[in-house]
Ligand binder design. Structure first.
Ligand SMILES: [Fe+2]
Length: 306
C-alpha cells in the first residue's frame, strides 16, 4: 500500500512565532521524507522473501519500517495540532482538567517534558490510553517509542530539525511558542475519535474484582467452580460458599435475595456465565466475577485453604 501525504490544515505564514520557512521545511523534508521512506521500505518488503533472508536483513528492514511509520504518524499529529490560538477548549479541555487536576497543571507538565528533551531528541505525546481510560503525557526518545495501548492526540516534535532554524538551541522558547499555536478544535476532535474507538476485551465482562474487594458486602459472592477445579486448587475466597454449577437450579432457589449475586469460577469463562444466566432465570440480579478467582488473586484478593 502506498501511503499518501496528509495536507497541512493551516497556512504556515499565519503561525505566531514559528517561521513559514521552518514549518515548510519540516513538513516537506522531515514529514515528507518519512512517508517517502516508508513507501520505499514497503515496496522493498513486498519484493523480499523474508524467510530466505538472514536475520540482520530482516531485523534491519523491520526496524526501519517501524521507525518510518511512526515518524509519519507522529508528524501528522504534530502538524494537525498547530494553527490555532493556544486556548484549550472542547471535550479535551474537560478531560485534561479531570485527568491532570487542571488544564494549567497539564500544560506545565507537558511543557516541562518537552524542555527536558532539549539538546536531545524525541517526542512528548498527549495520548489517550485505552487501558488506563484517561489521557496521559508520554515521553518518547525516538519515533519507535509509543505507549502500546494509546492513541496520540497531540505530539510535540523535539527533534532539532523542528526548531533549530528559528530558535537555535533555545528549545524552551520553541516549546512555549508551539503551545500558543495549538489548534484545540482539531485536538479535541482527535480526542473524541480516540475515545469512540475505545475497545473493551470480551474477557472484561462482568463485575471487576476491585469493585467487590472494595465493598465485599455490596454483593453475594458464590463460588461456582467445577467440582474438580474446586478440589484441585485447595483454596477459596474467605467466607464464600461453593455450589456445584451443574445443580444451580436447586441451590439457586435457596440463595438469599436482596443483594446482587456475583458468581465466580476459575477464569470467568463459560462456567460462571452459565450459572449467572441460570440465576437470572430464577429472578436474581446476577453477574459474573470478571476474570474469576485468577483475577481475584492477581488483584491481591485474599484466599484461604479449603
Ligand atoms: Fe520532525
Amino acid at each position: 500500500m502506498t501511503h499518501a501525504i496528509t495536507p497541512l490544515a493551516f497556512k504556515p505564514s499565519r503561525l505566531d512565532g514559528l517561521s513559514a520557512k521552518l514549518v515548510s521545511s519540516h513538513y516537506v523534508n522531515n514529514y515528507g521524507g518519512a512517508v517517502r521512506r516508508l513507501n520505499a521500505i514497503e515496496a522493498r518488503l513486498a519484493a523480499l522473501d523474508l524467510a530466505a533472508e538472514p536475520g540482520f536483513v530482516v531485523n534491519g528492514i523491520a526496524r526501519e519500517a517501524l521507525i518510518a511509520h511512526n515518524s509519519m504518524v507522529l508528524h501528522e499529529v504534530h502538524f494537525d495540532g498547530l494553527g490555532g490560538t493556544g486556548a484549550p477548549g472542547g471535550a479535551v479541555a474537560d478531560a485534561l482538567a479531570r485527568d491532570f487536576q487542571g488544564v494549567e497543571r497539564w500544560q506545565r507538565a507537558f511543557a516541562a517534558m518537552g524542555k527536558a528533551l532539549a539538546g536531545g531528541s524525541g517526542w512528548v505525546i498527549l495520548a489517550w490510553s485505552r487501558r488506563a481510560n484517561r489521557l496521559v503525557n508520554q515521553w518518547a526518545a525516538d519515533h519507535a517509542h509509543v505507549l502500546a495501548d494509546a492513541e496520540p492526540i497531540l505530539a510535540l516534535d523535539m527533534y532539532e530539525h523542528a526548531y533549530h532554524q528559528d530558535f537555535g538551541a533555545d528549545a524552551g522558547r520553541y516549546v512555549d511558542t508551539v503551545l500558543r499555536n495549538l489548534h484545540w478544535g482539531r485536538i479535541s476532535a482527535r480526542y473524541e475519535m480516540a475515545r469512540a474507538r475505545r475497545t473493551v476485551s470480551p474477557a472484561a465482562a462482568g463485575v471487576p474484582v476491585e469493585a467487590v474487594l472494595a465493598d465485599r458486602e455490596s454483593v453475594l459472592l458464590v463460588d461456582v467452580r467445577l467440582p474438580d477445579d474446586y478440589a484441585a486448587s485447595g483454596l477459596r475466597m474467605p467466607g464464600v460458599a461453593w455450589h456445584d454449577p451443574s445443580r444451580v437450579e436447586e441451590w439457586g432457589r435457596h440463595l438469599s435475595r436482596g443483594r446482587r449475586v456475583v458468581v465466580s469460577c476459575v477464569y470467568g469463562f463459560e462456567v460462571s456465565l452459565e450459572a449467572a444466566a441460570a440465576l437470572r432465570r430464577l429472578g436474581f440480579d446476577a453477574d459474573i466475577l470478571s476474570g474469576g478467582l485468577a483475577a481475584w488473586r492477581a488483584a491481591g484478593g485474599p484466599v484461604e485453604p479449603i
